[in-house]
Design a protein around this ligand. Sequence first.
Ligand code: SAH
Length: 235
Amino acid sequence: MNNPIEITPIGHIRSPYKQKFAIPRQPRLVDSAKAQLILDEPFNNEEFVRGIEEFSHIWVLFRFHETADKGYSALVRPPRLGGNARKGVFATRATFRPNAIGMSAVELLKVECKGAKVVLHLGGVDLLDGTPVIDIKPYLPYSDAMLDASAGFADTRPHTQMTVDFSEQALQFIAATDAQLELKKFITQVLQQDPRPAYKKNKAGMQSYGMTLYNYNIRWHVDGQHNHVEQITAL
Ligand code: SAH
């Protein structure tokens, strides 16, 4: 019992999310978040993914590499519960857990195989740039989708009343970026899910924040339920 297991990553993620702050708490909450799963040697061969394009969604198993060395505790405070109530780590999707393994069901947009370059294009991810991937499996609706399932304290998609608008500078900056990035939609969806830590949400007065998406720095402030994107700059 409890013999250690060694695992070798099969690939890694290239994602617009360059830091943990502002990443959605589950896949598909921000459906315009696009990422690439790049297979690493010796798995970067078309044979490993042959047939996967028949599936609209896949499971990605990965390592919470950024925080894996920070340990875990038996009880965690799910953000859902405002950071106040405690639940057992195995009753949550917390990142600080034994083995630090994450799993996300994401959209499979495209499969790209060119020689030793094997890339799965993903949609709706909740993954940090550089995340090591340890396995990939097709999502099977007949078995994985349980429409009668109940989910206690996480029973519904979290929703906020947050609205978003952009300064003239931000709009002009976006207009000059690659349209394929859908930067305006992406920033809007990220801010609508209110990435602020729970303890800031009820604070009165204006609060200023910054985040990096792709290689853009985005500054915004929050006033009540409204996000105003002040400035976007290239890094
Ligand atoms: N769907 C996964 C992840 C849920 S937690 C699961 O249920 O297992 C989602 C959070 O993980 C994100 O908000 C982000 O802050 C964090 N995260 C994503 N990739 C990470 C990584 N490589 N290392 C550490 N934290 C990561």
